[in-house]
Write a protein that binds this ligand. Sequence first.
Ligand code: DX5
Ligand code: ZN
Length: 220
Amino acid sequence: MAVQLAPSMLAADFLNLSAGVEIVNKHADIFHLDVMDGILVPNLSFGFPVVDAIAKKAEKPLDVHLMIVKPWNYFQRFAKSGASMISFHLEAARLDGKNPSALLQELKGLGVKAGLAINPDIPVEDLYPYLQDADFILIMSVFAGFGGQKFIPESIDRIATLRKELDKRGLKDVKIEVDGGVGAGNAAALAQAGAEILVAGSSVFRAEDPAAACAAIKCS
Ligand code: DX5
Ligand code: ZN
């Protein structure tokens, strides 16, 4: 099955973001935009000004990964920025006792694809009550917060388990996105396990030849 490649703009050169956008426009499928608040995750990244700037030049869909508390406060604003996909963390919903299904429906109501994300320490089974409400599930293969971390190999089995559950329940349209430490070395195994969207930051933007890195991930 053909995977979609979503380079994470967090790893792009912020002094030359325009060149980073070109790489995705020409060689990849989706812009992955990591929004962090320093509370849900121990790091800050970027917000509306950067997303809006990328949106102006982007020719591929924008996928906003919200690593923030109270993400629902910003759904509408990111939809207005032009996001086609928005994900939030199950951990963020739990912190405020919010129903993830209702939040996913809220995203759908804004006309965006709705995604639910989990860190590596959350059992995939915790997602099961919400699968029918999601357009995609984001499986973190590192702990959310930083680019350039080492891929956690157990993520492959977690994806396979989730794919099996989705298939068993006839939820074939729910896509699995994997994020963290992804590159040409593990892309084939991830696709084989059932991931359909591969997020890749360092392996694309820190490569000597980002175009070749995109091709290597997509073709592996
Ligand atoms: C981590 C982010 C990732 C990150 C991926 O919290 O969600 O999207 O930018 O970067 P790499 O591919 O370098 O692990
Ligand atoms: Zn991400």
